[in-house]
Design a protein around this ligand. Structure first.
Ligand code: NAD
Length: 497
């Protein structure tokens, strides 16, 4: 049985302490074990990263870029291998796993442009014969703490940019699907990245807490649920670190009566049930503006009934299992809760047939709850599973109000053929990422990803130019080379005379 270990200073390091079981979510069987790092293991990783930092910081931009290009080629060649590891531990279908690798790869490609991204500004003669210029420098050792739902993509939101900027990195992946991180580490090694620049500690809260308090860790990027994001932000900043902590989500799709309802139904089903709803950009609520509700629900339900649920390794499966039994049970509990709260259960995922042998897999099929009351927990809370709620609203204004009074502000979408309505929506909605007739508006790598309100703690979003800013500090140099005309002592405040 496999045992997933740490990667420290360019090699596998066996953990000596606690371990956790790994599962195949499609069968419910234990498939291996993962080490859970102690504070000493974390210290060893941070030490390796600190040791590697001075040389990596001073490596030329050309050298860094060459390694990034090689890493990009290796990742490209190993897409399938990474996707297989993801499907085996997360459960998502192979095509979906390939999709997450592709979106991570795009961030590596963005980071390949680091010489351009790190260019500063230069102003000649800011004062007489005085020049001024700005530079950005890496922070040192930085850490990334990532969730189970994207074991390759979310780490790749962080480390390509951090490393390209000249930092050294310690990744703490989710303990539920840790294997992708070690293949990534091996690819970095083969790309020629110096030992210690990229390290992985497997673990849980104990590892996170040590990273948050370790004095040599300068910045922490976190992605996960909102309570932990808030905790990481508060603890990390209290220890003097720069922190960006991305939290949970509850994403609405606002459908105006003039929308193309077939496009809407396709989009709602794809965005609601892709990856079994375990995406922070999943659509979990459709706000159907009167009078289209009944027609739209009919179109959604007919598509949901055709979805193929089965193991991620089965090429015909469109949706896999949930990640753990506990998570499946938590998600399933919202079905009865929804009915108690007044919703109508129009598709019950507990009854969905599963392709092949369902074994003890963590199955829950696609579920549709209609007439969900706006004040219900089912509408307000993040469920993070294959449960699509339909809330009927009378107007654009009522729908907007429901989105803007929600706790989260990660993603949202409007479906309409009215450009004016779409423009008004993008202007008025309090959400970080917006789709117009696009259900999962995950920004490309050269823009930055992040939500508002309880979906993000901190000031900067991930990747794109905000990522470059997060992983660097600015300096402005004001310089004068001696010339015969310097004016002697002057106690006045420097001005641009
Ligand atoms: P999680 O919060 O349980 O875990 C995230 C990370 O925190 C993991 O590495 C985990 O080991 C660690 N962790 C867990 N409990 C901890 C504790 N008590 N103290 C310190 N660290 C702890 O999240 P998850 O279940 O892995 O992922 C799903 C969540 O992530 C959902 O809420 C989803 O919306 C969110 N998510 C958000 C985004 C985004 O971009 N905003 C992206 C992906 C996932």
């Amino acid at each position: 049985m496999k045992h997933v270990n740490h990667w420290i200073g360019g090699e596998i390091v066996k953990g000596a302490g606690r371990t956790a079981d790994l599962f195949d979510p499609a069968t419910g069987e234990v498939s291996g074990r993962v080490s859970l790092a102690s504070a000493e293991d974390v210290d060893a990783a941070v030490e390796a990263a600190a040791l590697a930092f001075p040389a990596w910081r001073d490596a030329s931009l050309t050298k860094r870029t060459q390694i990034l290009f090689r890493f990009r080629e290796l990742l490209d060649a190993h897409r399938d291998d990474l996707a297989e590891l993801i499907t085996a531990e997360h459960g998502k279908v192979h095509s979906d796993a390939l999709g997450e690798v592709a979106r991570g790869l795009e961030v590596v490609e963005f980071a390949c442009g680091i010489p351009h991204l790190l260019k500063g500004g230069y102003s000649e003669n800011v004062s007489t014969r005085v020049d001024s210029y700005s530079i950005r420098q890496p922070l040192g050792v930085v850490a990334g703490i990532t969730p189970f739902n994207f074991p390759a993509m979310v780490p790749m939101w962080m480390f390509p940019v951090a490393i390209a900027c000249g930092n050294t990195f310690v990744l703490k992946p989710s303990e539920r699907d840790p294997s992708a991180s070690l293949l990534i580490a091996e690819l970095w090694r083969r790309a020629g990245l110096p030992d210690g620049v990229f390290n992985v500690v497997q673990g849980d809260k104990a590892a996170v807490d040590r990273l948050l308090e370790h004095p040599a860790v300068r910045a922490v990027s976190f992605v996960g649920s909102t309570p932990i994001a808030r905790y990481v932000y508060e603890t990390g900043t209290a220890h003097g670190k720069r922190v960006q902590a991305l939290g949970g989500a509850k994403n609405h799709m606002l459908v105006l009566p003039d929308a193309d309802l077939d496009l809407v139904a396709d989009s709602a089903v794809s965005a609601g049930f892709g990856s079994a709803g375990e995406r922070c950009m999943a659509i979990s609520v459709v706000l159907a503006v009167d009078p289209i509700g009944d027609e739209l629900v009919e179109k959604i339900v007919s598509r949901v009934r055709d979805l193929q649920v089965g193991p991620g390794t089965d090429a015909e499966s469109q949706m896999g299992p949930l990640v753990t039994a506990a998570h499946r049970d938590k998600v399933a509990s919202y079905l009865d809760l929804g009915v108690e709260e007044g919703a109508k259960l129009v598709v019950d995922g507990r009854e969905t047939p599963v392709r092949g042998d369902r074994g003890n897999g963590f199955w829950l099929g696609p579920t549709v709850l209609d007439h969900v009351p706006p004040n219900s927990r089912v509408h307000r809370e993040e469920i993070f599973g294959p449960v699509l709620s339909i809330v009927r609203v009378r107007s654009y204004e009522e729908g907007l109000e429901l989105i803007n009074t929600g706790e989260y502000g990660n993603g949202t979408a409007i479906f309409t053929n009215d450009g004016g309505a779409a423009r008004r929506f993008q202007n008025e909605v309090e959400v970080g990422m917006i789709g117009v007739n696009v259900p999962i508006p995950v920004p490309m790598a050269f823009y930055s990803f992040g939500g508002w309100k309880a979906s993000l703690f901190g000031d900067t979003h991930v990747h794109g130019t905000e990522g470059v800013h997060f992983y660097t500090r600015g300096k402005v140099v004001t310089s004068r080379w001696l010339d015969p005309s310097h004016g002697g002592v002057n106690l006045g405040f420097p001005t641009n005379a």
